[in-house]
Design a protein around this ligand. Sequence first.
Ligand SMILES: Cc1cc2nc3c(=O)[nH]c(=O)nc-3n(C[C@H](O)[C@H](O)[C@H](O)COP(=O)(O)O)c2cc1C
Length: 195
Amino acid sequence: MKAVDDYLASFRTLADQADYFTINISSPNTQGLRDLQGAAYLRDLLLTIRNENLSHAKKLGRKPHPLLLKIAPDLTFKEVDGILSVLLELNYDGIIATNTTIQRPSGFTSKETGGLSGGEFIRKRSNDVINYIHKSTEGKLPIIGVGGIDSVEAAGEKIDAGASMIQVYTGWIYRGPFFARELAHALKSKGEDWI
Ligand SMILES: Cc1cc2nc3c(=O)[nH]c(=O)nc-3n(C[C@H](O)[C@H](O)[C@H](O)COP(=O)(O)O)c2cc1C
């Protein structure tokens, strides 16, 4: 597998353009990608990118970019533990939980494969994963919560579960371009100053 080389090449291409980097190893639509979530392989990948980030920043005399990892909701908590220990060991800046799911709610009739996004099923699963990460790291690792956010309440659930920022994908499509602003205003008026 030459994935590390590919990620490194992408990092080098984008290093002067980006404000932060997400290492996304959780899309179900790229064959074999989720295999990279295994702790041994992941450590090699994350270490390589971290070292490149540090040396690139040093060369330019500026701060390194924040580095985050985005994970799938289909991991067991044991697998999540393996990932968390690598992230903490390598001083990653945070985790994004979660990507789309390859599971399906009961009664789901479509035979389409691939990642399922939006709605209650992914919302609840990602809340559980966020809650687990928050408790397991005692809040030491910043979490960006994502999955099924289609309302102010759903965004609030992510914060309650332990996220310090949120990301929206499907909800944005259905709620329109001003959804982010609506969330920001509503949560700010509730006293949340994280947005
Ligand atoms: C069509 C599609 C493309 C996506 N592409 C990416 C991607 O390139 N990078 C990424 O980190 N997540 C990607 N995602 C995952 C979303 O960012 C998000 O984590 C997931 O859909 C769950 O959130 P949601 O329920 O708000 O959509 C994609 C999701 C969908 C449906």
